[in-house]
Ligand binder design. Sequence first.
Ligand SMILES: O=C(O)CCC(=O)C(=O)O
Length: 275
Amino acid sequence: MERRVGEQYRITSKEIDQYDDQGYLVLKNVLTEKELKSIDPIFDHFVAGNESEKMGKDFCDMSQPYGTPIEDFQLVNAMLPGKYIPSFSKNIFYRIAKNIADQLYSNGKAAMDYEQFLAKKPTKAEAEFSMHQDLGYWPKTKNTWTATFSLALSDADVINGCLYLIPGSNKETELRSHRPKEYGTATNEAVNRDDSHTLIIESKPNDKIIHLPVKRGDVTIHDERIVHGSGGNLSPDWRKTYIIAFRDERTIAEERAIGFTHSHNDEVDWNSIIK
Ligand SMILES: O=C(O)CCC(=O)C(=O)O
């Protein structure tokens, strides 16, 4: 089977079954080098902080508290790039990911919920994305279906902090308990989601974690319940990834109705949504 036909990337029924059962997929060579090169300059523009003044908390370090000076960032996070540069919206990654999301989801209409750039600076052992389930970050909705696509803009492996996950953890009946990440404040004041967006779950002794090494142009896809995270970057190079999450369009409407847009600038009553 030819995978790429125009802007379609065909997946097999076996892959759809794996996604449903195990909660993740790895797809090789999804974007061509030419297509990746059309994304690189925008990605680098954001990661360098060029839009930071208008972005507020949407430009932050996901491994450190809000307010960390930009020069001290380790895990650079830029939320919703298409909101800040609208001409970037509906780019080639979006279009191909949408095509794949439509193949993965037959119960309704998949639409983009949010997008995010993540870049781990070289030699930053603490540029970790703490272990979590995405649903732990989000408000309760009737339908939780999600496919979160992560496009590798650089090769990624264990050394530079690629994605890791626990296959099948998406089938656990209860969401694991999440707590805000603490940063050892001198006052030991309780941290909350307004100080630190990042949530953490503890691993369990029987957890079987696997890493998902990828090459530039590959895509990983994970669902909303799978337990996952990523380690620090011990390499001399950046790890760069571009994330787009698709959800049912009715789920997105439910989120927006309570003012939840995945912007870190949203004013959300976190206590009402943490499960
Ligand atoms: O790619 C990473 O480092 C982590 C991304 C992640 O946790 C997510 O997209 O939910």
